[in-house]
Design a protein around this ligand. Structure first.
Ligand code: DQQ
Length: 543
């Protein structure tokens, strides 16, 4: 039989059944975190899209609520697609979302809470003056969607961005408003790029020190623009400057733009959205992880899609990339069942099992140390950022190397026929003598089931491993069918969906492996069993 229920997540957000995709309208309002998300109330495939709703006081435990926004009017009769929340200076929120209207045009609508005294903001009202932004002349009405959170400029006007395309040119088009009701297109797009339709744009000031105020005046002079590329189904971001005079954004010099650029996550992570947590002065990122089994599997399972754990995001000290880390609240789920390993050497070609925790639902933090960096193989200077995946796919976790592959086998069966490898590989650049670190996720042996999509995922890790004495840290969140990893304190992240048939529940094992020539020392490894999040309430609309 199938292990469908055993593959459901214990602490990654998912509703009891049916299809979910993009996180929407994420916000913090009067002590409550809100997560809305794209949801099909009728099945485990995309369709009939509404905004389902869940609330939490700790970003870990959730109360499920009935859909907050669903088709009711000509301006959204064919679907309520993605959008964002804006919290006004007086503390009250509004939602902007894309409605699919009676002519199947994509239009932007506004919704307000019906009752501000309801702490959960269960019901939302759509004013009759919707849509507030319709596709104007020259705008592709079937590619005009996903409004961002709005921000107020120095001139007092509100601004927001909508994703669109003009042939192959992806665009983040800007609209401005004095009253949040009448919106005018700006003469120029905020930014554009030759990468096809830009879905789910996100634009925000970013804090260098990890204390976000959301105000560009408060030392957050750098901005981040993220877009989700419909063509590749990957997301890219740049760090740059926002010129208020021209209302345009430009990536900093040296930032790779387009599909060779930086990604929040080099794995299965899409349609993400951030919000400012004014309670804890941090910016939090939500992203959707699709299934990588077949549609038939999803229909049989009755569910599809999860949200990645909410991640804190901030600017790396060098200002060149973002850092991400699971919100600290997730650690409250760490159980008493816990393993601690220190200073254990793993010789080239060896592996050992980490016993004593429950590794199907776990949080593993480790620091590895390469003992002989001189064993690093030469790095081909022609390899670009986009090639990390090609390199890791060509030289998977079982291919012997000089330094690495070393790391974890997670969700492994006792005979090791099933295992997902999360690992590092270190090369040496002949030109400048610098080491190049790759982080990879190889699910090619994750399951003995057929019909699964098992791509190798990989990204470069921008660290000086020689400077750190050969050390590289890794954190991996394991949750039955989710493997979500953070390399080098959150410089490189990879989420992967896997569907073991044997390495399930208490049959799952955790190993450390080293298939490189150089020995590797596990400086420390903490493996915590994770309790399940407390999920209450119901997504069902009461009748
Ligand atoms: N999903 C939504 C769209 C968005 C896409 C529809 C991204 O609004 O562009 O469910 O996954």
């Amino acid at each position: 039989g199938h292990n469908d229920d055993a593959l459901r997540t214990g602490y990654h957000f998912q509703p009891p059944k049916h299809w979910i995709n993009d996180p929407n309208g994420v916000m913090y309002y009067k002590g409550v975190y809100h997560l809305f998300y794209q949801y099909n109330p009728k099945g485990a495939v995309w369709g009939n899209i509404v905004w389902a709703h869940a609330v939490s006081t700790n970003l870990v435990d959730w109360t499920m609520l009935p859909p907050a926004i669903y088709p009711t009017a000509p301006f959204d009769v064919n679907g309520c697609w993605s959008g964002s929340a804006t919290v006004f200076p007086d503390g009250t929120p509004a939602i902007m979302y894309t409605g699919i209207d009676g002519q199947n045009r994509q239009v932007q609508n506004i919704a307000y809470p019906k009752d501000l005294s309801d702490p959960y903001l269960r019901e939302w009202t759509k004013p009759d003056y919707n849509p507030v932004i319709a596709p104007g002349p020259g705008v592709n009405a079937t590619a005009f969607r996903d409004p961002t959170t709005a921000w107020k400029g120095p001139d007092g006007l509100w601004r927001l961005v909508v994703g669109t395309k003009d042939n192959h040119l992806g665009l983040a088009v800007l609209y401005r408003s004095r009253d949040f009701k009448r919106w005018e297109p700006a003469p120029r797009a905020l930014h554009s790029g030759d990468s096809g339709m830009w879905e789910c744009p996100d634009f925000y000031p970013v804090a260098a020190h990890g204390v976000a105020t959301g105000s560009a005046g408060a030392g957050e002079s750098k901005y981040v623009l993220k877009v989700s590329l419909d063509l590749t189904r990957f997301e890219y971001y740049t760090v740059g400057e926002y010129d208020h005079a021209t209302d345009t954004y430009a990536p900093d010099a040296g930032q790779r733009d387009g599909d060779d650029g930086l990604r929040y996550d080099y794995g299965n992570f899409y349609a993400s959205k951030t919000f400012l947590d004014t309670a804890k002065h941090r910016r939090i990122l939500w992203g959707w992880a699709n299934e990588s089994d077949s549609t038939a599997d999803d229909v049989r399972k009755g569910w599809a899609g999860v949200q990645a754990v909410p991640r804190k995001v901030w600017l790396a000290p060098d200002g060149k990339q973002l850092m991400q880390w699971p919100v600290a609240e997730i650690e409250s789920l760490r159980g008493s069942n816990y393993v601690n390993i220190t200073n254990r050497l793993v010789k080239g070609g060896d592996h050992f099992e980490v016993t004593g925790s429950s590794p199907a639902q776990a949080d593993v933090e480790a620091s590895f140390q390469v003992m002989d960096l001189d064993k690093a193989e030469p790095f081909d200077p022609a390899w670009k950022a986009a090639d990390a995946q090609t390199v890791c796919a060509a030289r998977g976790a079982d291919a012997k190397g000089g330094v690495g592959p070393f790391g974890l086998w997670v969700l492994a069966s006792d005979d090791l026929k099933e295992k997902t490898a999360v690992f590092f590989r270190v090369f040496k650049n002949g030109e400048d003598g610098k080491h190049v670190v790759l982080m990879c996720n190889d699910p090619s042996t994750s399951s003995q089931a057929d019909g699964l999509y098992k791509p190798t995922f990989a990204g470069f890790v921008d660290v000086d491993i020689a400077q750190s004495g050969g050390k590289i840290p890794l954190r991996t969140l394991i949750d039955h069918s989710v493997v979500e990893s953070f390399g080098a304190h959150g410089k490189t992240c990879i989420l992967s969906r896997v569907y073991p048939t044997k390495a399930v529940g208490d049959k799952a094992h955790l190993y450390v492996f080293n298939n490189g020539e150089s020995d590797v020392k596990v400086n420390h490894l903490h493996a915590y069993e994770m309790r399940s999040a407390n999920i209450t309430g119901s997504v069902e609309q009461s009748t």
